[in-house]
Design a protein around this ligand. Structure first.
Ligand code: NAD
Length: 482
């Protein structure tokens, strides 16, 4: 007997078990030789007091099989529970989130009948890394982390995906007119890597107008790559305007591991009523079959599903009098797909797949010339509520000493000293920029001296950031008004 491929499966919560049973039934009927290891995750595990929602034994299965087909789970209300999705992505290094958003007009209602967009979302970095602080009584902060190796990996993945799937264009969305260093790096890496793919058209949009265009004329986009938070929001928008969030599957890909799921949640109100649409999870499973190098079976399942949709056999969420012939439950929908195994859609375009990706998307940053780094000052963040910006400026000028010059103070990113506006709303934390008076390098010892003087003068410092030049160019932002 042919060897079976082991995968790890979690049936999840709410509608999860029903849509997983439907999906596994279809995969079996398609002849997918899978050896299923089931693990328990989600609500029951959380409520047993495990704040991660997954038991240590489940990780062993995931490490062994390296492939995870996951139904949605319910995160219990209230604090103290970590998002299992974010945990899984991070622990397994799943850096790319791929979400195809396709219209199935005229069989599923949509305003955008020609839409066929794949969102490639960076999955590990950005504000989504969730590194947050309450810095003072007034101020909370979230760190937006964007790394060069992280950008290189996701941008290269997007181009490789486009090439492998005969896509014509890759678009990059960032907000680099504002976040010049973080989103600027993402855009810069996109511009560096794009010329390696001369067969693929490329373009960049600022995310706000790009998002508006995506919602208005999605048919003008093909593959769109973006940092984590924009990708999180816009992939839901894209899936919804294609027809329904209930139809979209998602692949989370890493160098060693991969996870496949529906993009929707556990819809608890619809659970245990044989109502839910299993299509999102099934299309996630199709991506898993491609990943497992079972392209023919992936195409069999996908085409049988397209034929079912085209035949008007629809679950309640996409059922309409005009477009549908039969309203069915979860089980009956799965039986209808299984009964069409081997058939091709007649009106919707049939799909074919070409096997698992053989490419590597490893970072090439190690081969770059080393940049020369020079520390030229610090931003010292002080919590202070005892007076005006001018009063604070006066005190700090005296503490700067011969090693530093107080260049400016900002509050909430707006310059308030010297020469601030009295109307600026201020909170209790002040960013005080000290730089070398002659414009050259500063030493660690000089910084320690400054911190010591400020601390002894009774100031409460929240944190400091060093200000550096790389290859002689300033690599820190100015404040508004500076
Ligand atoms: P949801 O996606 O579960 O459901 C929203 C609504 O969409 C449902 O009420 C239902 O009307 C419809 N819907 C969703 N999937 C459907 C399907 N397959 N068939 C038919 N209709 C469907 O979003 P929610 O209600 O905000 O979240 C419910 C729970 O799911 C929460 O606990 C949330 O944390 C969790 N969640 C989990 C995941 C995941 O595990 N990947 C993702 C998102 C939300």
């Amino acid at each position: 007997m042919a060897q079976r491929t082991p995968i790890t499966v979690a049936k999840g919560d709410g509608i999860g078990p029903e849509i997983m049973d439907a999906t596994l039934h279809i995969l079996r009927e398609a002849g997918a030789a899978l050896d299923i290891e089931e693990i328990e995750i989600g609500e029951k595990v959380f409520l047993r007091g495990n704040s991660a929602g997954i038991e240590p034994g489940a990780w062993e299965s995931l490490r062994r099989t390296k492939v995870f087909l996951k139904a949605p789970i319910t995160t219990p209300q209230g604090g103290g529970f970590k998002s299992l999705n974010v945990t899984t992505r991070k622990m397994l290094g799943l850096y790319a989130n791929i979400r195809p958003c396709v219209a199935y007009a005229p069989y599923v209602d949509t305003l955008h009948p020609k839409m066929n967009v794949v969102i490639v979302r960076e999955n590990e970095e950005d504000t989504y890394a969730g590194i947050e602080y309450k810095q003072s009584r007034d101020i909370t902060a979230c760190l937006k982390l964007i790394s060069r190796p992280g950008c290189e990996r996701i941008v290269r993945y997007a181009f490789e995906y486009a090439r492998r799937n005969s896509r014509k264009k890759v678009t990059c969305f960032t907000k680099d007119n504002i976040m010049k260093l973080t989103d600027g790096l993402f855009h810069k890496v996109f511009d560096e890597i794009a010329p390696e793919y001369p067969d693929i058209e490329k373009e960049h949009w600022i995310v706000d107008i790009g998002a508006a265009k995506l919602a208005d004329t999605p048919e003008t986009f093909d593959v769109v790559v973006m940092p984590n938070l924009y990708g999180d929001i816009l992939s839901d928008v894209a899936a919804q305007i294609a027809g329904s969030v209930g139809l979209a599957g998602s692949a989370n890909i890493g160098a060693k591991y991969a996870m496949f799921e529906a993009i929707h949640g556990s819809a608890p109100r619809r659970a245990n009523q044989n109502l839910a649409n299993p299509s999102g999870l099934l299309l996630g499973a199709v991506m898993m079959l491609v990943h497992l190098d079972m392209p023919e079976i992936a195409a069999r399942v996908h085409n049988a599903w397209l034929k079912t949709i085209e035949d008007g056999i629809h679950t309640y969420d996409i059922y309409t009098e005009q477009n549908s012939t039969r309203k069915v439950g979860t089980k009956e929908f799965a039986q209808a797909v299984a009964a069409r195994m081997g058939q091709l859609p007649e009106k919707l375009p049939a799909v074919s797949y070409h096997g698992a990706p053989k490419h590597t998307v490893e970072s090439k940053s190690s081969t770059r010339a080393a940049e020369v780094k020079e520390m030229v000052g610090i931003d010292l963040f002080l919590e202070w509520t005892e007076g005006t910006a001018d009063e604070l400026g006066g005190q700090l000028e005296k503490l700067a000493g011969p090693d530093f010059k107080l260049v400016m103070i900002s509050n909430r990113g707006v310059k308030v000293y010297p020469g601030g506006f009295p109307d600026t709303l201020t909170a209790d934390t002040w960013r005080c920029r000290f730089m070398s008076p002659a414009g050259g390098a500063v030493t660690h010892a000089q910084i320690v001296g400054l911190l010591d003087r400020t601390g002894k003068a009774g100031h409460d410092f929240v944190k400091f950031e060093s200000l550096c030049n790389f290859d002689g160019k300033p690599a820190y932002s100015l404040s508004q008004g500076q």
